[in-house]
Design a protein around this ligand. Structure first.
Ligand SMILES: Cc1cc2nc3c(=O)[nH]c(=O)nc-3n(C[C@H](O)[C@H](O)[C@H](O)COP(=O)(O)OP(=O)(O)OC[C@H]3O[C@@H](n4cnc5c(N)ncnc54)[C@H](O)[C@@H]3O)c2cc1C
Length: 300
């Protein structure tokens, strides 16, 4: 279905950033539409405890439902669809296409987020729900106090995350995937100082929630380790393709380069949330969206 109306802004992605932008556009009385394929990282949060205004925390799916309800209050249409291409037309407007239709807009706000690289663990979805697997120490490192914590990741990301998590009163073991030889003496000293142990051999198999054990890691040398929580530190894949296909500049990690108003290097194309930053936080995503939506409103 071809949508003839020229929108003020097309919002691609309906998670924390996209839905916040929808509220702003609705309240600015602008014509905006949100296109979303339903994969927000919010859905994977068992209970977030660092979103302002929720002192007892809130489950991610509940927060997402409330954010959708909030956007709907201002009658901003949201469609469930996956955008597969974004082009710039000769008249300077943008055209997005999905299997369900096409949309044209003067501005685009891309809020497509990022996806966690997951380790191969049976029942990982259930383990995530009960906090045996966690992805975001900034969000929930506080909850690891007095726990035995494993961090799975190579030198670089895995090492940084191990040091970060060791800040709480816990016992951290780095499952370095045979990369500790790449670590220089100063970093090894920092790990030692922080009390981080390094597993003797790479993990062979990881099980969660079996026989009452939180996380059971069998190493390649046969040794078995038990933990309360595992943090995979394998990185994120940023959903930046729609922007880079238009020529927007991205850093090596896929995050899009932006100016102070969240505009990419393509005029009229703005981004918000995890697709643009490595501080993957709800408050950052909503802040980006407020900045970008207001900048777009001021240019219309
Ligand atoms: C397990 C876990 C726990 C977390 N805990 C916390 C926490 O406690 N506190 C906190 O602040 N943050 C937490 N986060 C991070 C937080 O979820 C993200 O930072 C936040 O959701 C980012 O918002 P976003 O809008 O950028 O991306 P998302 O919320 O992921 O939304 C992006 C949306 O765009 C859609 N999309 C992508 N490509 C397309 C396309 N081509 N067409 C249509 N739609 C598309 C996606 O499917 C998705 O619905 C956690 C994340 C995880 C995984």
């Amino acid at each position: 279905m071809e949508n003839d109306e020229l929108l003020d802004c097309l919002v691609i992605g309906g998670g924390a950033a996209g839905l916040t932008a929808a509220v702003y556009f609705g309240r600015y009385k602008r014509r905006a539409v949100v296109l979303d394929d339903g994969g927000s990282r919010l859905q994977r949060i068992p209970r977030t405890r660092n979103v302002p205004g929720f002192p007892d925390g809130i489950e991610g799916p509940d927060l997402l439902r409330r954010m959708r309800e909030h956007a709907a209050r201002y009658a901003v249409p949201a469609e469930q669809t996956r955008v597969r291409s974004l082009r710039r037309l000769d008249d300077g407007t943008f055209r997005a296409e999905s299997a369900e239709g096409s949309w044209r807009a003067r501005f685009v706000l891309l809020a497509t987020g990022a996806r966690d690289v997951e380790p191969e663990i049976d029942g990982i979805a259930e383990a995530l729900k009960v906090g045996q697997v966690r992805y975001c120490p900034i969000c929930d490192g506080f909850e690891t106090q007095r726990q035995r914590v494993a961090v799975l990741g190579r030198a670089g990301h895995g090492l940084r995350e191990s040091l970060f998590i060791a800040n709480w009163d816990n016992q951290v073991t780095w499952l370095s995937m045979a990369t500790q030889e790449e670590v220089g003496a100063p970093d090894l000293a920092r790990l030692r100082e922080a009390g981080v142990r390094i597993a003797d051999s790479p993990p062979h198999r990881i099980d969660c929630g079996v026989d009452g054990v939180g996380v059971r890691v069998e190493l390649q040398n046969g040794q078995v380790l038990e933990f309360d929580t595992l943090y995979p530190a394998l990185g994120l894949v940023t959903a930046c393709e729609l922007a880079t296909a238009l020529g927007a500049r991205a850093r090596d990690n896929g995050q899009l380069e932006v100016d102070a108003h969240q505009q990419t290097t393509v005029d009229g194309l703005y981004v918000a949330g995890d697709v643009a930053v490595d501080l993957n936080q709800i408050s950052v995503a909503t802040g980006h969206a407020a900045i970008a939506a207001t900048a777009i409103h001021n240019r219309l």
